[in-house]
Design a binder for this molecule. Structure first.
Ligand code: MLT
Length: 312
């Protein structure tokens, strides 16, 4: 009878593999966070979570794909601060940001780094700003499209120095990094989950980190506050979502598996190497993610309206 009971329990959700949509290209920071978390959650759920990269339109195509997916618990989304900024940046979104998703929980909050191709002459942020102002018609800034974290940080940079620069959009900052390493693009503001290795290896130049304090893995890198641009302080929080209507049993199991994954030694160690930490139990909850999304939409709306950088 006990075996029967076990099998009966196991017959609940999930009964087959789950798709985790990452709304940016493979190899970028969002993909890095997603694959680490998905691998650990798979172990806890007893079903494979397969990551699917759906890039384009600064992450809004992937988010829209999940919003219109069957709410059966087998399609979920891992997205970041761009879910909040896109609500203001896009006048026409395929989904209603605050009503199209169920919330699972927060995952991690990643700092950003202002970086440049390695032969950029400037040796500090002040010098980089001077160079950008003097060459504003030719300096190129890479990002992952309007709505990306790299777009938000690039927008903060340009409004902080009151100088619009030429922006070059990619499907993710994984591909953008390839061009930065090759010197095809000049500057980028990207998450430490994608830049730490290159900065440590000297294959790109770094000028500042957007966290309030310096990072132990990049201890020589000044904060934007130290470097004179305190208004650039920003953290890229990531969350897991499911389509509205996903059964609570599925949400609860996904949330339980997320909490266990965020305590996985391998996940914590890898996050630490990349300059970030897993969210706490209290933050890895539906209520915390909902509150974060709502407060961040309100926080960034006036900043975006002042910068006037919309997608039409
Ligand atoms: C972003 O800029 O939002 C991310 O870096 C995009 C990505 O994960 O590639």
């Amino acid at each position: 009878i006990s075996l029967g009971a076990t099998v009966a329990n196991a017959a609940g959700y999930p009964e087959r593999q789950i798709t985790m949509v990452v709304p940016f290209a493979a190899g970028g920071p969002t993909d890095t966070v997603a694959r680490l978390v998905a691998e650990s959650m798979s172990k806890n759920l007893g079903q494979q979570i397969v990551v699917e990269n759906v890039g384009g339109a600064g992450g809004t195509l992937g988010a829209g794909r999940v919003a219109s997916s069957k709410p059966d618990g087998y399609t979920i989304l891992l997205h970041h601060i761009g879910m909040a900024t896109s609500a203001t940046l896009y006048r026409k979104l395929a989904y209603d940001t605050l009503n199209a998703f169920e919330y699972v929980g927060l995952v991690t909050d990643v700092p950003m780094t202002i970086v440049a191709r390695k032969d950029m002459a400037a040796t500090d942020l002040k010098g980089l700003v001077e160079y950008a102002k003097a060459n504003k018609d030719k300096v190129t800034v890479a990002n992952a499209g309007i709505g990306a974290a790299s777009h938000l940080c690039g927008m903060l940079f340009m409004s902080s120095i009151q100088t619009p620069l030429v922006t070059v959009p990619y499907k993710g900052t994984g591909p953008a990094m390839t061009d930065l390493l090759g010197g095809q693009v000049d500057i980028m503001c990207d998450q430490t989950t994608n830049t730490t290795k290159q900065i440590q290896g000297g294959t790109i130049k770094a000028y500042a980190v957007t966290s309030p304090e310096r990072l132990s893995v990049l201890k020589d890198l000044p904060t934007v506050k130290e470097a004179g641009l305190p208004q650039m302080e920003v953290g890229i929080w990531h969350g897991v979502y499911a389509p509205k209507g996903t059964p609570k049993e599925a949400i609860d199991k996904l949330d339980a598996a997320l909490k266990v994954a965020l305590k996985d030694q391998n996940v914590a160690a890898r996050f630490a190497e990349l300059g970030t930490v897993p969210s706490s139990d209290a933050d890895a909850t539906p209520a915390a993610l909902k509150a974060k999304l709502e407060s961040e939409i309100a926080r960034w709306k006036p900043v975006i309206e002042a910068a006037g950088q919309y997608a039409d």
